[in-house]
Each structure stands twice: as structure tokens, then as C-alpha cells.
Ligand binder design. Structure first.
Ligand SMILES: [Zn+2]
Length: 461
């Protein structure tokens, strides 16, 4: 007999389909999926709502603008209320995280301690590689710390504070190291922030002199060209070294097209975009509150990215979530980049992709947000799958009788604004379970977080 039975559900099997049925949960895992599973200690009637695996957000930034333990608490609450059950957070040494470019040996343990007991979601960490000394730490981070995604920052090259070791040679060496480890660690991937810093520097100087103060000026300051050049370089290195890579936050039609060419030539490249490149444009009413790197693009790029999503070419979608305040975004050039988005990944993409554009089915959306995101980050099938043995991380998406508009309060981030304010939603998450425990429902978030650090790659046992 199961501990908990979710009855009267429409089960969303990622990439496969939607079937009426029930889910049995025991000891934090899914124990059975099917029809007429019998009785359980507790039962919840879902009245025909969709239920699928919890969403894996592959790209968040905890502790970037606030203390990590505070971000962990408030932003993981934002996440679970939106159906996200696993957050992959990006972290690195150097300002604003640590004094100086210290080794990860000690610093990473301290970061994990700060998140301990605060997280409502389970979490994994992607670490930024910044120095020659960090290269030597890669085997230990991968084998002992369970970190299987590492980041290279093309846009920090040449920056006096953190970029002195970064150049194409360093990137090549890092890719070779990842390739060397990858046969034994199948989930290892190098994630590359792809903006050419020299094009950005030139274009930004020009736009600042011209006095622009809107999203269109910011787009011109970090043009699509910068993404295309960086993708070309990373794609050649990916091909030559055979290192598995992730290209996060692809923002433009040309960036996607270039990346797709390398995939066609045989590069092991997972292409990821972010919620905002599918839902915001330089014309959005949010204005500079929507400042983010890479920059938000024009409507034609948004359309091109949706075509790529519909064609299955854009494997992953994340939020690039960061929490900051409206007062920190009053002027374009000094405004802190990024904003809160993790809790809107599922409801807003369901609205845009399934309801409004009719480009995705529920199973194809969950295929991206649960299965693909979990696979690319070494978490599948413990996460992202509706199968016996998987963690009982589940989200119920309920249909509203009246559409609801996104408000700052409904996002539940510590951030006091949302570039998505006013967006209409017809479906919202009503229940979120992490390892079998109900962590969020209509009454709010339940209990202190019991989110755990995920030592990757995760197997089924
Ligand atoms: Zn990011």
C-alpha cells in the first residue's frame, strides 16, 4: 500500500502523452503509475487536473545579489509555488561571492553550508571556471563533489578583476579536460556564456555615448553579432575536442542558427534558451526592468526561437533567475541585470506555448522543462520522469475558471517587481511535491525546506 495516492489525475508523460490515471507514492519515490492502484494511507483527488514530473530549472543564480541563505529561502519558495522541484544554481568564486579567485576546495563547501536547510527545492550547482588553478580542481569537483556542469565565461575575457586567465587557449584546455572525463562521467557538460566581449565593449561604448536609456539601446550594446561570434568559437572547440557542451540562454535567431549548424556537424551541443527570450521583446512595457545578459531581442527573434522550440531544436529552457530590487534598476547602464522568473517557467510557457500559440502539447512542454532539462544536467531519470523508482517530485497544473494576471505578489520572489506583471494565465500550479512531500499548495509553502543537494550524476538508486 502506498503512503499517498494522487487520484483522478491526467498524467503527463514527458514527450509521450497525457493519460487519465493515478500515482502512488512511498518513501518519497513514485511506487506505481496507472489505473485503479487501490488504497493508500492518504489520498488526494485532483479532479482531472494535469500532473507531471516537477520542473527542473537548469539556470538560476542564488546569492548573486543577496546573501545566499536568504536567496535560497525566498527564491526556492518562488520556485516551488511555480512547480519547480529542482534548481540548478550557478555559482563561482570572486566578487560578489568570495574575496578573490580562491580555490573551490573550501569555498564550495562553505557555499553548500549556506544553502543547507534553506531550500524548498532539491538543487545542484554549476561552478564557474576562472583560473588555471581551477582547471586542476575539475576531477575532484566532478568525482568527489558531484558537480557535472561547469561554466566558461566568454564575456569575462579581458576583465581585470576575474578574466586574466580567460581566453581561447584556456577555454580549449577546459574543453579538453571535460572531454577527457566525459566517457566515464556521461553527464558532464561545459556550459558557455556566449557573448564576444570585444564586440560588446565596442558597441556599449557607442551606445553609452549616444545616451540611450531603453531596452533597444541595450540590445544594440550587446548585439546578436556578439552571440554569433562566441557561438562560432565554442562550436569549433566543441567539434575539435568532442567535449559535451550546453549553450545556455541563446537569445537570437542567428545565435540559434549557428549553434544548430554545429549540432548538424556532430557537436555534442545542448541548446538552451530562457523564458524571457520567448516572452519579452525590446518593446515590452517592463522597459529596463527587463535588462538581462544577453539582452532581450526583437519580436522576430522571439518568433524564430519559438519555431526552434516547436521543431525540437531547443532542447532546454531555463529562467536565468536572479532576485534584485526595482531601485537597483532605475538607470539602464547601472541597472543590475536579470530578474525573477523561475516560478513562471511552467505557467507562462504553458500559456504561451500550449494555450496561445498552440505550438506545444502538455507532454512536449514537460518533455523540455522536466525530461530534457534533467537529462542535460545529469539528473534523469531520478528527476524529470513519471516512472516507478523516480523521486516523487510532482506538479499539479490546475485550470482556472477565470484567467488570473501575474502580479508582483503572485511571483513570491524577494524581488519587488516583475517584468511579467499583467500577463494573463489560464493555468497555475496548485500542488507541488518534492520527494513525496507536499511543499506548496493554495495555502502557500509548507514547512521549512527539506531540499537536498544533488550529487550528480543521479541514478535511480
Ligand atoms: Zn545566468
Amino acid at each position: 500500500m502506498s503512503d499517498l495516492l494522487l487520484k483522478n489525475a491526467r498524467l503527463v508523460f514527458p514527450h509521450r502523452g497525457v493519460v487519465d490515471g493515478e500515482i502512488g507514492i512511498s518513501g518519497g519515490r513514485i511506487d506505481s503509475v496507472g489505473k485503479d492502484l487501490g488504497r493508500a494511507d492518504h489520498e488526494i483527488d485532483l479532479h482531472g487536473a494535469l500532473v507531471g514530473p516537477g520542473i527542473v530549472d537548469p539556470h538560476t543564480h542564488l546569492g548573486i545579489y543577496r546573501a545566499a541563505h536568504e536567496d535560497a529561502r525566498t527564491e526556492s519558495e518562488c520556485a516551488v509555488r511555480g512547480g519547480v522541484t529542482t534548481m540548478v544554481t550557478y555559482w563561482r568564486v570572486g566578487e560578489p561571492y568570495t574575496d578573490g579567485l580562491v580555490a573551490y576546495g573550501r569555498a564550495f563547501g562553505e557555499f553548500r553550508e549556506r544553502l543547507e536547510g534553506q531550500m524548498h527545492t532539491d538543487y545542484a550547482v554549476n561552478l564557474g571556471m576562472l583560473t588555471r588553478a581551477h582547471l586542476g580542481e575539475v576531477p575532484d569537483l566532478v568525482h568527489r563533489q558531484g558537480v557535472t556542469t561547469l561554466k566558461y565565461f566568454a564575456h569575462y575575457e579581458g576583465r581585470a578583476d576575474i578574466g586574466h586567465d580567460l581566453d581561447t587557449g584556456y577555454f580549449f584546455a577546459l574543453a579538453e579536460e571535460v572531454a577527457r572525463l566525459s566517457p566515464a562521467v556521461p553527464a558532464i557538460r561545459l556550459s558557455v556564456h556566449s557573448e564576444d566581449p570585444y564586440v560588446v565593449r565596442e558597441a556599449t561604448d557607442r551606445e553609452k555615448k549616444a545616451g540611450g536609456n531603453d531596452l533597444e539601446a541595450y540590445r544594440r550594446a550587446r548585439p546578436e553579432l556578439a552571440e554569433a561570434i562566441a557561438v562560432d568559437r565554442l562550436g569549433e572547440v566543441a567539434l575539435a575536442t568532442r567535449a559535451p557542451m550546453i549553450l545556455p540562454h541563446v537569445s537570437s535567431a542567428i545565435g540559434y542558427a549557428r549553434a544548430h549548424e554545429f549540432v548538424a556537424r556532430g557537436a555534442d551541443l545542448t541548446i538552451e534558451t530562457s523564458l524571457h527570450y520567448l516572452t519579452l521583446t525590446t518593446e515590452s512595457p517592463a522597459g529596463i526592468l527587463a535588462k538581462v545578459n544577453p539582452a532581450v531581442r526583437r519580436a522576430e527573434d522571439v518568433e524564430a526561437l519559438w519555431s526552434a522550440v516547436a521543431a525540437g531544436g531547443l532542447g532546454c529552457i531555463g529562467s536565468d533567475h536572479a532576485s534584485n530590487l526595482r531601485q537597483e534598476k532605475s538607470e539602464l547602464w547601472s541597472a543590475k541585470p536579470a530578474f525573477a522568473g523561475t516560478g513562471l517557467l511552467l505557467p507562462l510557457l504553458f500559456e504561451e506555448g500550449v494555450v496561445r500559440r498552440r505550438l506545444l502539447s502538455p507532454e512536449s512542454l514537460w518533455g523540455i522543462l522536466a525530461e530534457n532539462n534533467a537529462r542535460a544536467h545529469g539528473l534523469f531519470p531520478r528527476k524529470g520522469a513519471l516512472v516507478p523508482g523516480a523521486d516523487a517530485d510532482l506538479v499539479v497544473l490546475g485550470k482556472l475558471s477565470e484567467p488570473r494576471r501575474v502580479t508582483v505578489e503572485s511571483v513570491h520572489s524577494a524581488s519587488d517587481y516583475s517584468p511579467y506583471e499583467g500577463r494573463e494565465l489560464h493555468h497555475v500550479p496548485t500542488h507541488t511535491f518534492v520527494r513525496g512531500e507536499l511543499v506548496a499548495d493554495a495555502e502557500g509553502v509548507r514547512g521549512p525546506g527539506h531540499g537536498a543537494y544533488l550529487h550528480r550524476p543521479l541514478g535511480l538508486d
